[in-house]
Design a protein around this ligand. Structure first.
Ligand code: ADP
Ligand code: MG
Length: 265
């Protein structure tokens, strides 16, 4: 048991159980298991091709594991289509920003808020009153998030014209608009400069501390993971190589070997 588990002494928020993914002949994930606890920032690291994005795509339901299970608050999520994961509190961003480039920042965030509320409609007779009430709530939430992520000045700007770092903040705002319990981030530092990575690290920490969102951070950038993760899972060739605190994982001989052996480090 890790210290975080002992300290919290509770059931995991998310459990990955013996998950394998096979593409044709390639075993992209091979029997991977770990738990995520409420309030954690969990860093998932590994060299290119280790299986990080494959696991991320299983969690966001784009890929179906060949075997194993993924449980959110004790319930399997494997029968759930990707557009219905926001309802159970899983929010995500994309490795390459996937915003509506021709819409404003505000409209992109509004879409996030609607993707959560639109499935809550109870009946047609209640619908009009509900829509009016929910519009007010959505507007409030959108404005609060734009302020939180320092996007008020660009609220009416089209996303396509914004710097990449700002687009990433818009994506975060859109994901937070679904009120996630868990936020899945796939390589959020990719394409950012040193200063932007630092700002992003602070922001992820604030999201966890102030909004009580549990974060799964899939990241190749070791520095970012080591500075903000409470718990780290290292993958290599689809298998779990090591797990523990950032210091433990960083000092693990297998992890050092895997990173030294990969061409991109
Ligand atoms: N859709 C796919 N079809 C076939 N092979 C894939 C697919 N996605 C990933 N893979 C393979 O699975 C392995 C893990 O890839 P990936 O999860 O993208 O690694 P990472 O994100 O850690 O760089 C790689 O060998 C990759 O080529
Ligand atoms: Mg990847």
């Amino acid at each position: 048991m890790t210290q975080a588990q002992l300290a919290q002494g509770q059931d995991p928020l998310l459990a990955v159980r013996d998950v394998s993914v096979v593409f044709g002949g390639i075993v992209a994930l091979n029997g991977v298991s770990f738990n995520m606890h409420k309030g954690q920032v969990l860093g998932l690291i590994g060299p290119n091709g280790a299986g990080k994005t494959t696991l991320f795509n299983c969690l966001s339901r784009l890929y179906q594991p060949s075997s194993g299970d993924i449980l959110m608050e004790g319930q399997s999520i494997l029968k759930r289509p990707p557009h219905r994961i926001a309802e159970i509190g899983i929010g995500r961003t994309f490795q390459n920003v996937a915003l509506f480039a021709n819409l404003s920042v505000m409209d992109n965030v509004r879409i996030g808020a609607h993707s959560k509320t639109s499935s809550d409609i109870i009946s047609d007779s209640l619908r009009l009153a509900w829509v009016r009430r929910s519009e007010v709530a959505v507007n409030k939430k959108v404005h609060e998030l734009l302020a939180y992520l320092d996007l008020e000045d660009v609220a009416h700007t089209t996303v396509a014209g914004l710097p990449f770092g700002t687009q990433k903040r818009v994506e975060l705002a859109r994901a937070l608009a679904t009120d996630p319990k868990i936020l899945l981030l796939d390589e959020p530092a990719g394409g950012l400069n040193h200063e932007e990575v630092h700002v992003l690290g602070d922001l992820i920490r604030r999201i966890r501390n102030e909004r009580h969102v549990t974060v799964l951070l899939v990241e190749h950038h070791m520095g970012l993971v080591m500075s903000i993760a409470d718990h780290v899972v290292a993958l290599n060739f689809g298998r779990k190589l090591a797990e523990g605190t950032p210091a433990q994982v960083q000092a693990d001989p297998d992890v050092i070997k895997a990173y030294l052996g990969s061409k991109d480090q």
